[in-house]
Design a protein around this ligand. Structure first.
Ligand code: GLP
Length: 240
């Protein structure tokens, strides 16, 4: 894994945005795998600035998001569909019809997982996957446990993730207890992966991810299997 340590959140965001911009420039109809959470917010802001400066054209870009709470409606301001519109899609010339987020209103979680996998395949796979990392080492919503799942699936959130994500909700009780998430295979099939981490709370997860030992108890450790992964983090995440 290639590691880029930045001095702070702003530098991390700018570096990650540079990589996304390079991908869009090299292949204007690329498939971007996008992530939510507080970590990539600054990266999206940098991408919007580049678009406004006339440096980027998203008109042919396709996107697939990693995950979505379940159940949730797209107009809920905590849904990941809402997040993507708010932070990126509403501000650039991407065609919203070409943007995809797992359907938090799907009646059947398993069927939605199968639909989403077929969709990724029909797009020709993911060119660049952006990831954040949970404090417990989750990626997407692939949570630590005895088992990991290869493809998009409905999953239970762990108490630690519900607690960590409750900061965005009115109360911990309001956090959905389940999510639809790409699986480990959906992520590892991406041609290139960038994983971002900011702040000391992510230090333990980063240390485990870079340890070279793979365990389902820290899903991010499976990124060691992939030939083209770049960690972009700030000093606080790297040094603790
Ligand atoms: C959520 C998302 C992950 C994200 C993680 C970290 O649980 N499902 O994709 O990486 O939280 O979030 P944050 O960037 O806010 O720390």
């Amino acid at each position: 894994m290639k590691v880029i340590v930045c001095k702070d959140y702003a530098e991390m965001s700018a570096k990650a945005a540079d990589i996304v911009a390079a991908q869009v420039t090299l292949k204007p109809n690329c498939v971007l795998g996008l992530a939510t959470g507080s970590t990539p917010e600054g990266m999206y802001a940098c991408l919007v600035k580049k678009y406004e400066a006339g440096e980027l054209d998203f008109s042919a870009v396709r996107s697939v998001n990693l995950d979505e709470y379940y159940p949730i409606t797209p107009d809920n301001d905590q849904s990941y569909r809402y997040f993507m519109n708010y932070h990126l899609f509403d501000h650039v010339n991407i065609d919203k019809a070409n943007t995809n987020v797992p359907d938090g209103q799907a009646k059947d979680g398993a069927a939605e997982g199968a639909r989403y996998e077929a969709l990724i395949a029909s797009l020709g796979g993911i060119d660049l996957q952006i990831l954040g990392i949970g404090q417990n080492g989750h990626i997407g919503f692939n949570e630590p446990g005895e088992k990991l799942y290869p493809y998009t699936h409905l999953t239970d959130l762990t108490p630690s993730t519900i607690k960590a994500n409750s900061r965005f909700f009115a109360s911990e009780d309001d956090v959905p207890k389940q999510a639809l998430s790409m699986g480990m295979g959906s992520i590892l099939n991406a041609r290139k992966i960038v994983i971002m981490a900011s702040g000391a709370a992510k230090h333990d997860a980063i240390v485990k991810m870079l340890s070279g030992v793979m365990t389902t108890q820290t899903p991010a450790t499976f990124l060691a299997c992939h030939a083209d992964v770049t960690l972009i983090c700030d000093e606080a995440a790297y040094n603790g």
